[in-house]
Design a protein around this ligand. Structure first.
Ligand code: UDP
Length: 254
């Protein structure tokens, strides 16, 4: 049995525990899948293990190309050590092709290429269903400053270029994705870094040739087995843990 740890926060897909040192947290990936602001829920066996590995893979890659992020190291099948940050209350969405809420709002066909990557923000608030907000609101309400937003756009576009290239290399089109940003302090000096997770839960990923969806839309739209789709992404990226990820029972870990 692992020692009892203090739970800091429990979200829909992850739990955060106090870390071994000040300024660190342990991020635990659950198998729970939710969509439409948690109106649709299920447990997808193996999803947490896959997302832990995939987020490790992307965050490590970002570190290697110089994009600061919260990842320190993976601890086990479902947990990773991360830097504690103060989360900016925004979902930062980057879009390369129209899909989801944008396609609906503007009456665009899903998959329409955008003239350039578009960065947009939702205010993180489950009671309100994470409403889309303009920069004006963000600055006026003090969620972030103009300087923060400039830094956030720069980070988001670097993440986009990195991820789009990695995915294209394995025959996957990065349609859009969401990241979250955290503040860390070095003394009085504040920096913004990529936080939360990067996984098929928060990206739209389509097979380049067939258009097959390999992301959470498989669950949202009942298109098949979600764990199979995530396993395919992990397999193409060469990030599969042991041979059979979907047989890993949460109770066996820790
Ligand atoms: N997204 C996310 N969490 C959210 C909302 C969106 O990870 O709470 C991701 C979603 O998976 C997609 C992108 O952000 O890759 C854009 O989502 P969109 O605004 O189209 O919303 P959706 O259609 O998912 O409601």
């Amino acid at each position: 049995m692992a020692p009892r740890r203090k739970k800091i926060y429990e979200g829909k897909a992850k739990v955060l525990y106090e870390g071994p040192e000040p300024g660190t947290l342990v991020q635990y990936f659950k198998d729970d899948a939710t969509a439409f602001n948690a109106q649709k829920k299920d447990v997808i066996e193996g999803k947490g293990v896959l997302n832990n590995r995939l987020s490790e893979f992307f965050m490590t890659g970002l570190t290697n190309v110089g994009v600061p992020n919260h990842f320190i190291k993976r601890l086990n099948m479902r947990e990773q050590l991360i830097r504690q940050v103060e989360i900016v209350p925004l979902e930062v969405i980057v879009r390369n092709f129209a899909a989801g809420s944008m396609a609906k709002r503007l009456g665009m066909e899903e998959g329409t290429p955008l003239p350039r990557p578009i960065v947009e923000y939702s205010y993180k608030n489950d009671d309100l269903g994470d409403p889309l907000v303009p920069e004006e609101y963000i600055i006026a309400f003090g969620w972030a400053t103009q300087q923060d937003l400039d830094d956030i756009v720069a980070l988001a576009l670097r993440v986009n270029d990195f991820l789009a290239g990695i995915f294209y290399g394995v025959g996957i089109k990065l349609v859009d994705f969401k990241i979250e940003i955290g503040r860390v302090w070095d003394g009085d000096f504040m920096r913004l870094i990529v936080a939360d997770e990067i996984s098929p839960d928060s990206c739209r990923l389509w097979d380049v040739k067939t258009g097959q969806k390999l992301d959470k839309d498989v669950f949202r739209r009942d298109l098949g087995n979600l764990a199979d789709a995530y396993t395919e992404v992990a397999r193409r990226l060469g990030v599969l843990p042991t041979n059979n990820t979907t047989n890993i029972k949460p109770t066996l870990i820790n």
